[in-house]
Design a protein around this ligand. Structure first.
Ligand code: 8YV
Length: 313
């Protein structure tokens, strides 16, 4: 009888997705291996595929250690933690789950932008602390009439742009190249956009080309009335520089769904009032995670049952 494809799962995916995979594939839980090197020494040749996510990734060293690896199937749109070059060198297919989470991630980005700008989280703490009995909560700035600068006008960036326009914001953007299917103001340089906007929303892919894209110089360009929203990857922002800029008023505030060393968040950020912090919940709804799981599975079966991936990177 034909043996079931053997998958090395890098980190725990959702129980429902894992159960669904286990119906037709054999799963080896990499993160539970007491001695991964010893296990690979004995079993590497058996592994047909890697199951992973945008967070767990797959390093070159592991990809190169699996001689019969055919595909890396990833849950999530970001694949910066997967060494795609190492995979391509071996003719290993890499798939992600694009498109199905664009609106959800855009909703999250706008939610934390609004919470930041209108000081919603501070107001909640104010009421819970009984401060309202003693003081009036301070006014915030309006959202409407402000400029939202999208750093990375991909599909998620465009979904964010459509949303913030409904709140009366003007949209501008910086991209490696101008898009001919949007008519928002285009800035050739990141600095020019940051100088021109009130809210900078970072939504570029993670990876070496965007590592610390937003540093002390960029935060200075955003300015003391400017706000930073990061819905991309923690790696895209120089986190120590951001902390310093927030502490000394170089920028007015930040809303962060991603961090340099998740799930660890610097204590200095936790101590600040002018920051909104969320635990990487960009795509975190039942419906979106179900759609991502369905696309993950379509890719898995696409490669191992039909010989063709649905959404190869
Ligand atoms: C998580 C994301 O990675 O899609 C992405 O790239 O950042 C998120 O959706 C995904 O949920 C896996 O944890």
């Amino acid at each position: 009888a034909q043996t079931r494809p053997q998958l090395l799962m890098i980190g725990p995916l959702s129980p429902s997705l894992t159960e669904r995979i286990a119906e037709q594939y054999d799963i080896h839980r990499y993160w539970e291996l007491a001695d991964a090197d010893a296990w690979l020494g004995e079993h590497a040749g058996r592994i047909d595929g890697i199951a992973t996510s945008g967070v767990f990734g797959a390093k070159a060293e592991l990809i190169e250690a699996l001689p019969n690896l055919k595909a890396i199937i990833s849950f999530g749109v970001g694949y910066d933690a997967i060494d795609v070059d190492a995979a391509n060198k071996r003719g290993v297919t890499v798939t992600n789950t694009p498109g199905v989470l664009d609106n959800c991630v855009a909703d999250t980005a706008v939610s934390i932008l609004l919470a930041l700008g209108r000081r919603i989280c501070e107001a909640d703490r104010f009421v819970r602390a009984g401060e309202w009995q003693k003081n009036r909560f301070p006014l915030s700035g309006s959202i409407g009439g402000k400029v939202c600068g999208i750093v990375g006008m991909g599909n998620i960036g465009r979904a964010i742009a459509q949303r913030v326009e409904a709140f009366g914001m003007t949209v501008a953007y910086h991209n490696r190249r101008r898009r001919d299917d949007v008519d928002y103001t285009y800035h050739e340089t990141l600095e020019s956009l940051l100088q021109a906007c009130d809210y900078a929303v970072v939504v570029v892919p993670g990876g070496s080309s965007t590592d610390k894209l937003i540093g002390a110089e960029q935060l200075k360009a955003l300015g003391s009335k400017g706000y930073l929203v990061n819905i991309a990857r923690g790696s895209v922002v120089d986190e120590p520089a951001l902390v310093e800029a927030l502490q000394n008023g170089t920028i007015a505030g930040a809303a962060l769904d991603v961090f340099a060393d998740e799930p660890n968040v610097p204590a200095a950020l936790l101590a600040l009032d002018n920051v909104v912090l969320t635990p990487h919940i960009g795509s975190g709804t039942h419906e979106t995670r179900q759609a991502m799981a369905d696309l993950f599975f379509a890719n898995l079966d696409g490669v191992f049952k039909h010989g063709k991936a649905v959404t190869p990177v």
